[in-house]
Design a protein around this ligand. Structure first.
Ligand SMILES: Nc1ncnc2c1ncn2[C@@H]1O[C@H](COP(=O)(O)OP(=O)(O)O)[C@@H](O)[C@H]1O
Ligand SMILES: [Mg+2]
Length: 366
């Protein structure tokens, strides 16, 4: 239970020039109820030995199915709950002990709840007062934020008349009030229409441009794929994947050759070297998927000899959704719901031991 007080990581990270602003070391949370404690019932392991670092200025995404421990991680980082063991740090400090870090962060919870009798403007004013913001700054900051989240026109309406998406938008403005160095967004686009989701995206891009760090929890993978620098994928509290988005999306050891002007005879020959992909009607080119290695040279020679044109050779890429589905399905097959005990299970690998069979045809596009 005792928390380690020494900083978990050197700051900035030795040799990389990157500054760690969030770190978790073997962070573990088991929820027990008072009733459960009394009768020694096993608790719910919501988060299991989480190790991660987030660097200043990056957009970091935590993804995972419902119940995978994302909100629990945020609550631990916000200092709202205690870890069962392990530690987390914000700016090298324990968020539960050192409340000063709260001045430097903003938090938008999943489904924020606000006083319905206030209007949007009053609500932000109320929180700005709590933050000790002076009148001049409030006068500047609140209209600016209302504009940023697209709520200027509804600012004088009471919150109880807002749609879920509007409450989300006000929640985002609230999280940004103190101009935080790190903003934590828990499912920021749930309840938002596509315009609202794009607005959130714009805010994230803007924060990154200002050098701020954004920690995003979401299961809207396509959105994340276009936004984030690094990702952690959790499933039932365990880390399945962690790393730079670009690295996660590359299929290890697989290349895609794109050929145009291939005759049927050439396609037949290529089909023996690698796996040909059906080309769509509006694309005259043909894709050939190959293992990285000598086959590539053989395929290139065939293409040249046939007088066809080699358009590109690129590493194969998957979508984040492919990565997610593959990782999560695999563990569900390995560990059925009722057999989960985080302490008994083996450590899950950070990367697949073996390259899976190529993604289904047409499931990725570079
Ligand atoms: N206060 C709590 N008491 C007991 N179990 C909880 C509590 N909060 C969350 N859990 C459980 O912990 C697990 C992780 O939940 P959560 O962190 O909310 O996941 P996510 O945000 O990824 O959907 C779930 O199984 C959930 O039911
Ligand atoms: Mg959640």
């Amino acid at each position: 239970m005792a928390m380690v007080e020494t900083p978990l990581v050197a700051n900035p990270v030795a040799g990389t020039g990157q500054e760690t602003v969030i770190s978790c070391e073997r962070l573990h949370k088991t929820y027990t109820t008072a009733f459960g404690e009394l009768f020694r019932l096993p608790g719910v392991t919501a988060l299991s030995d989480l190790n991660m670092e987030v660097f200043r200025g990056e957009v970091f995404a935590m993804i995972g199915p419902n119940g995978s421990g994302k909100t629990t991680t945020l609550k631990l980082l916000m200092g709202l709950i205690f870890p069962t063991r392990g530690a987390c740090r914000l700016f090298g400090r324990n968020p539960k002990r050192d409340v000063s870090v709260k001045r430097r962060i903003g938090f938008m919870p999943d489904g924020p709840y606000f006083y319905g009798h206030l209007n949007g403007f009053e609500l932000l004013e109320f929180y700005a007062n709590l933050l000790g913001m002076d009148a001049a700054r409030r006068k500047r900051r609140i209209p600016e934020l209302l504009d940023m989240v697209g709520m200027t026109n509804r600012a004088k309406n009471r919150l109880r008349t807002y749609s879920k998406g509007m409450v989300q938008r006000i929640g985002l403005a609230h999280a940004l009030l103190n101009d935080p160095e790190i903003v934590f967004l828990d499912e920021p686009t749930s309840g938002l229409d596509p315009i609202g989701a794009r607005d959130i995206r714009d805010v994230v891009v803007r924060m990154k441009a200002e050098g701020k760090t954004v920690f995003l929890c979401s299961h809207f993978l396509t959105e994340i794929e276009n936004l984030c620098d690094r990702v952690i994928l959790l499933d039932r509290g365990r880390t399945l994947r962690y790393g730079a988005l670009e690295e996660l999306l590359v299929e290890p050891g697989k290349m895609r050759l794109t050929v145009s002007g291939a005759s049927d005879a050439l396609k037949d020959q290529l089909g023996k070297v690698g796996r040909l992909r059906r080309s769509s009607e509006n694309r005259p080119s043909t894709d050939l998927i190959l293992k990285d290695g000598p086959d590539i040279g053989a395929a290139v020679k065939l293409i040249q000899d046939a007088g066809a044109h080699l358009d590109s050779i690129l590493p194969m890429r998957r979508t984040l959704e492919d990565v997610f589905m593959e990782a999560v399905q695999r563990t569900q097959a390995d560990r059925p719901w009722d057999a989960i005990d985080a302490d008994d299970a083996e450590d899950s690998p950070a990367a697949p031991a073996e390259t899976p069979v190529a993604t289904a045809d047409g499931s990725e596009e570079s």
